[in-house]
Structure formats: C-alpha cells, structure tokens
Design a protein around this ligand. Sequence first.
Ligand SMILES: [Zn+2]
Length: 599
Amino acid sequence: MKNLSQTWNLETFFAGGSESPELVAYLDQLEGNIEGLAGQIATLSESNNVDAWGSVLAVMQQANSDLRYVMSFSGCLLAQDVKDQQAKIVQGRIAKLSASLGAAMTVLDKQILTVDEQAWQALLQDERVQPISFWLIERRQNAFSKMAPDLEALGGDLAVDGYHAWGNLYNTLIGRMSIKVEKDGEVKELSIGQAQNMYSGTPDREVRKAVFAAWEEAFAQSEELFAANLNHLGGFRWALYKSRGWDSILKEPCDINRMSRATLDVMWDVIDKNKDTFVQFLDRKAELIGVDKLSYYDLYASTSTAKTSYTYDEGANFIVEQFAEFSPDFAAFAKRAFEQSWIEAEDRPGKRPGGFCAGFPGKNETRIFMTYDDSMGAVSTLAHELGHAYHAHVMGDMPFFTRMYAMNVAETASTFAETLVTSAAVRSAKSDDEKIALLEEKVSGSIAMYMDIHSRFIFENNFYDERKKGLVSAERLNELMVEAQKKAYRDSLELYHPRFWASKLHFYSTSVPFYNFPYTFGYLFSTGVYALALQEGPSFADKYVALLRDTASMTVEELAQKHLGVDLTQPEFWQNAVDITVQDAKEFLRLTAGKVATK
Ligand SMILES: [Zn+2]
C-alpha cells in the first residue's frame, strides 16, 4: 500500500454532508416509524398475541438499527469539523428521536411483564424472535428484578431532576474549575484537561510537582461541593436499590456487564497476587528518575527519550503485516479499510481530539476517526480502532439486538489488535533504548489497569459501604481515596492523590455505575485471548471470529466456556493473561538494570 488517503469518504452514506436532502428524508421517515411503533406497543397491553409481539419487536429492532446509522453519521460529521453548525442541529434532532425510542422501549418493558408463561415460551420460539431471545429474556429478567412498572416510572421521572441531575451538575462544577500555575513569573489559569496533560506528560519533574500541587489545592477549595454532589448521587442510588430489594452495590454493574460476582472477585484476586513485578517496575522507574520513590504525578512520565517513528503508509503496512501473522482475513479487512477511505487520520485543525470507530448497520461498513502524528501511539490507536471495525464486520450479518455487547467485552477486539501491533513493535525495535521506551509504555498500560483502576474500584466500594450508613465528609473521602491508592499501589508511592475522587468524572456517571472494573476485565480478557492465540497458532483465527460473534448473545462466563474452554470463575485463565504482561515488565527490568548501575 502506498500514498494512502488520510481522509474518509462519508458520501456513500448520505451525499452532501450535514446539508444532505437524503439525510432529512431519512430522519423524517425514522421519526414516523418511531411514532408508529409507540402506537403499536400500546396495543400490546396484556396481549398474548405472539404474532403481534413478533412484528413489534422486528420494527423496534429496525428503528434501533436505523437510529445507530444516523447517529454514526452525525458523529462523524462533527468529529471531522467541530464547527459544523448544521451537524449540531441534526444531532439535536437525533437526540430527540433517541429519547422517543427510549421511552417506547420502557413501555415495552412494562408490557413484557404482562405476557403469560405459555405465550412467552411460544414467543421465544417465533422465528423473528428466536435469534434475539437472549436480549429479550435479559430485558424481562431486568424488568422483573425492579419495582412494579408504575413505581419504576415514577423513579425514572424523579431521576431526571435527582439522580441524573447530580450527574449533570458534576459536569457544570468541573467545567468551572481552573488550575492556577505560575510559569516564568506569570500566573496562568489552566483548564482541567491542560493541567492534567501537564502533570502527567511533562519531562520536567519540578513542573509536574507544581502543577499537581496546584491541582490538589484547587480541588481542596471546592471539595465540599464535590462531596455533596457525590453523596447525593450515591444516596439516590442506594435508595433506589433498596426499593428494588437489591442489597449489593455491585449487582447492577455486574448485570450490565453480564458477568458474575465470582468472576469479578477472582480477577482482582489474581491481579493482587501478581503485583510484585509491577512494584519492582515502579521502583526501577524511581531509580531512573533519580528519586527514592515515585509520586503520583510521576506515574505516566516517560523516563526515556527514544522515539519510534512511522509515516502513515509505514504505519498502515506495519499493521496489515502484523494482522496477517494472526489472520489473513483480518489483514484483508484492514487493507480494504485503508484503501477504500474508511479512515479519517489527517493531522489538521478543526477536528475533535481522540479516536473512535463508528458502525453503519445495514451497510456493513465502519468509519474510523483519529489524528495520525507518526508516533507509535498513533499506530496503536489505529490498530485499536481497526479491531473495533473488525468486530463490527464479523457481526455484520447478525440482527441488531445480537450486536449490543457490553462495555467489558466491547474492548476485546480492539485491545487484541493493539496487542498484536505493540508486541511486534517491541520485537522489531532497532535499539535497546527504543525497546525500553516501547516496553515502558506497555507496562504503564498494565499498571493503569492493575493499580489505578483497582484503586478506583476499592474506593468506590468503600464509599458506598459508608454511604449506606450516612453522609461521608470530604475529609473522609480523602482518607478513603488514599487508603485505596495505598492498597492498589502496594505502598509504592511517596505522594498520593487524595482528591482524585473529586476530579474523576467516572464516579459521577449515572449511565455506567462502577465505571472502572469493565476496563480491567476487557484488558485482561483480551490478553487472555491473545495468550491462547499464541499457544494455538493459525487455527485460532476462526475460533476468535466465532467468539466475537457471540459477545452480545450470552454471559461472559458462557462465552469463555463455549469458545475458549475456560472457566472465568477460576484463576487459571486470568493467571495466563497476567503472565503475558508480567513478561513485559521483567524484560523492562532486565534491559534497564545496567542503566541504573551506571547512574
Ligand atoms: Zn476502544
């Protein structure tokens, strides 16, 4: 592949971008369909008519699929040009459609409870419904485990200005925060994002230290507000759970991720037993920086200046070569994405930051968004998004409701693709310095999962335990945070981050409770799959595709048992996964041993 285009083609979806007449017609049609659907659902009250149910579910599935299609399109438009005003108007209209469809689905949940057992069994056998039966059974179980439909409806109404309002208030509060930092005799006000980049990425330790101190100070000034915010959000959650008869704070997060508590516990247990090498890695980093112990603000600072650089064409070819080692089908797919302008990678102003992969169901195409800057990080982001794209591709012919995988398995294909590429980059590094830099980045990624995310999980559990009994003061929240960090980082740091709980959005999300452990699960699950791929060789590629296709049709335990023959509630699988990442840390320690001695 040579002279690849770095801009994508969106014209195949709707010609004319945000001004497209086709797009307007599509939205009009969808709006009509959703209105019609609400009417059809209303007729299902206490209905045991299997045929009527089958057709409503088919229409609902199509509406969800169509909605995703336009959401992807408008998301792509705004990402490529954040100032596209017309795209914002389109997005506003789509948000309304999404709310109407959501409301229709809530009514459907209520109707599901009125179907009698005989009709229910017949419905599950209906040829339109059978392929999506896992999704439907899950929805019904969910509805059963909650309060009576009228009470749930009231709870939902109250949550708009209660629960979700607390979540939204956090965004307002955090948006008002600024960090005052002195630079060259001048006091500068940094946004949260700017300050974070500065304290985590700057090579100058004094600057990191100063920005971090200013950060803690700024949050200390407002900690009462954040504490009230977190307490009320948490109090609402407990009150709702109590009324539903749920006594564990982890019930809902585990259900959403289709995993058992036993799996979650054994995963953390294995991680905990394998932290020694990662503590050694942190100690080595401290030596390389020239301090006794690292502080929180040193965790993501690189100790090395060696850089690996790839032009876009080189990066693309490297990715396709590595994918080919694993699976010719995956490589051919990636080649097609590069050659057919599925990727927007150009480095130019006016684009939004970050990367994503957007699916267009029905068309069986995806688009990848990112900004390519010749770095190894950009190559691995590209591989990551291509992993998501391949996941969507292998599910392309399946019904929409069998493609709605949860957060913990959503990152399986992406992390797997990233691992293929970053592991190959380490193997083909041209010097020890280059290899050390690549390994440091990789191991820091493991530490984020095993220690940072672990500290968030421990904190959140302990906070909810105390919140169950009453309000938790800001001072106590700081204590809980540091206790959790000490435990997760095994006392390996000099200075901790007491007001982390105030500065992290994830604790305030009302759509994703416990917005932490699914990251670690996804990372290790994918690494475990990678370990099996290494063991088994080329024949694994077909198994991998079969596994991806089932990611939204069963629990994670069933998924692992069926496709990998492993039991996720036992330590073996997790241990094999952790072992792969321990090897990277050991290699880093081996390569840097000499560097410390000569210092
Ligand atoms: Zn991802």
